[in-house]
Design a protein around this ligand. Structure first.
Ligand code: HEM
Length: 128
């Protein structure tokens, strides 16, 4: 048996389902983000993000089985992610993380990663 992962610690699949459902509820209403997403495949987008996050935190490896190596910066290249888009993404993610009501330490672990990852996905800067 493998060691208990952060995925397990915070509640496994139900936790990640709640997280991405809350997140996409916000994204679907967001004037900056909404147009970037595939209007006919919100469910697919939700599944891809959930599978990636589950895998990242030690859960099932389903993401890579279906999508291969994440290469997330490359996959985000088609979208113009400036400060506004990054902040909008983080705002909806913050609301989603809050909805989990995790203990402070787990909240900080999850949020620290998401903030770092969102900064690394930015691909447009003010004076370009
Ligand atoms: C995909 C936007 C940050 C993980 C996408 C898609 C968009 C998008 C428009 C395509 C939706 C789809 O069809 O799957 C953004 C914006 C961000 C951001 C505006 C702002 C910074 C992040 C971060 C992560 C992430 C921080 C990881 C922690 C993913 C994943 C996919 C995805 C896993 C699916 C990739 C695939 O397999 O095709 N994102 N994203 N994104 N995003 Fe983001």
């Amino acid at each position: 048996p493998s060691a208990r992962t952060f995925y397990d610690e915070i509640g496994g699949e139900p936790t990640f389902r709640t997280l991405v459902a809350r997140f996409y509820a916000g994204v679907r209403e967001d004037p900056v983000l909404r147009p970037m997403y595939p209007a006919d495949d919100w469910e697919g987008a939700e599944t891809r993000l959930r599978m990636f996050l589950e895998q990242y935190w030690g859960g099932p490896r389903t993401y890579s089985e279906g999508r291969g190596h994440p290469r997330l910066r490359m996959r985000h290249a088609p979208f113009a992610i400036d400060d506004k888009a990054r902040d909008a993404w983080l705002t909806h993610m913050r609301t989603a993380v809050d909805s989990l009501e995790l203990p402070d330490e787990q909240d900080a672990t999850l949020w620290g990663y998401l903030e770092m990852a969102a900064r690394s996905m930015q691909n447009r800067w003010p004076d370009e």
